[in-house]
Design a protein. Structure first.
Length: 408
């Protein structure tokens, strides 16, 4: 009889009890032999034939931040906090079925981060249904455990694609050097003033390809598209950015009462890795159309970053995304991010009709003493130009953020 995932879970508990008792007996299974692994810090069990597996994983990220008056929005602040705490299970059943369930600590509440099932029987295509975190663009596709800086470029704060869906269906195919993905997802009820609210769906796709993928050289190109497809949504979502996680929000445009009829986003990706040197950049466009007169908005932005593994090594790469470094412990990087908001007169926050501009500089050092532990130190400088809320006031500031991370 084949072992089910729940059987593997029971075996995991039994194995733990066996190890904790000097006089416990031997754990036996009814079917295939089970392989137990803790080499990556977590706990994974799988049958010898690979048809079934069960894995427990998670992460803890503790941050300390020092924000000046501009970044904090009033007065200098320094504090420590839990940035992320995640615990998840994932695995495989009957060879072609995969499952994933992740819980996350969010401001002292436990929320459902991911819950999905994937069928991989139509090779090379996979079909996933459920809830997951969107991966829009290259840096958003990298796990929060292994992104270059403590936070992603601040342009992501103004993109609707950067978030989780309520539920959806996605079809994707991937191999070592490419990724193709498209799907539709439910993102909640709209906020129209009609007596009957309507369900709101979004459409998303991403394509990535590495035309050069060698030990000493890698070239990556990619493209992402996302459309929230709103139907007279009263308020435009995600109309602000911030330069630090606990910092104050800077509104890019007045999204209240816009009656949005179309909200599309585009991302263009380019990256190269040459031994220990990595270069990466992306360009973004968010185009919002409104049913109201003189209320359209276009947000554009980009970032460029360069990193170097000081003692050799390089970041691993597969299926259109970078992951944790291999063979090095110290990594230094620099990043520049900029956004421009061109908003029509009814919703603009620019002085004298000018575009609102934001920019940030990030310098950082990463330390990887083991596969599971990571230390990070970032210096962030942020600035705002042509904004009605910052006339004759300080329009730039600094933050220092540090992180200790354990991943299992």
């Amino acid at each position: 009889m084949k072992l089910k995932p729940v059987s593997l879970a029971v075996a995991a508990v039994a194995a733990g009890l066996t190890l904790s008792s000097a006089h416990a007996g031997v754990v036996k299974t009814e079917g295939e032999d089970i392989i137990v692994s803790t080499k990556n810090g977590g706990l994974q069990l799988k049958t010898e034939d690979g048809a079934f597996s069960f894995k427990v994983s998670g992460k803890l990220q503790w941050d300390y931040a020092n924000l000046d008056e501009f970044i904090a929005g009033g007065k200098d602040q320094d504090f420590g906090y839990l940035r992320r705490g995640k615990l998840g299970i994932s695995g495989k059943a009957y060879s072609d079925w995969k499952y994933k369930l992740v819980l996350e600590s969010d401001d002292n509440d436990i929320v459902l981060d991911e819950a999905n099932i994937t069928y991989a029987g139509f090779k090379p295509a996979n079909i996933k249904i459920g809830r997951w975190g969107n991966e829009f663009g290259l840096e958003d596709s990298v796990s929060s455990s292994w992104i270059m800086a403590i936070e992603r470029p601040h342009i992501y704060e103004a993109l609707r694609a950067d978030g989780n869906n309520d539920y959806g269906v996605q079809v994707f195919a991937a191999d070592t050097n490419y990724l193709l993905r498209a799907g539709v997802e439910y993102i909640g009820l709209d906020k129209t003033t009609d007596s009957e609210q309507k369900q709101q769906f979004a459409y998303q796709m991403r394509a990535a390809y590495a035309p050069i993928m060698e030990d000493e050289m890698l070239l990556h190109v990619g493209f992402s598209y996302y459309n929230a497809n709103p139907d007279r949504e009263t308020d435009a979502a995600k109309s602000s950015i911030r330069f630090a996680k606990k910092g104050t929000k800077v509104k890019l445009f007045n999204g209240t009462g816009m009656n949005v009829k179309d909200d599309a986003e585009y991302a263009f990706e380019l990256a190269g890795q040459f031994q220990s040197l990595q270069l990466q950049g992306e360009y973004f466009i968010r185009d919002i159309k409104s049913d109201n007169a003189n209320s359209d908005v276009k947000v554009t932005g980009y970032y460029g970053q360069v990193s170097y593994m000081l003692d050799g090594g390089k970041r691993t790469y597969k299926k259109g995304e970078f992951s944790k470094p291999k063979g090095g412990k110290w990594e230094a990087f620099a990043r520049y991010t900029a956004t421009t908001t061109d908003a029509d007169s009814a919703v603009t926050l620019g002085t004298s009709g000018d575009d609102v501009e934001t920019a940030s500089y990030t310098l950082g050092l990463n330390y990887y003493p083991t596969k599971n532990i990571r230390g990070m130190l970032n210096y962030v400088h942020g600035e705002v130009k042509n904004h009605t809320s910052y006339v004759n006031e300080k329009d730039d500031g600094n933050a220092i953020v540090a992180r200790v991370q354990y991943v299992f």
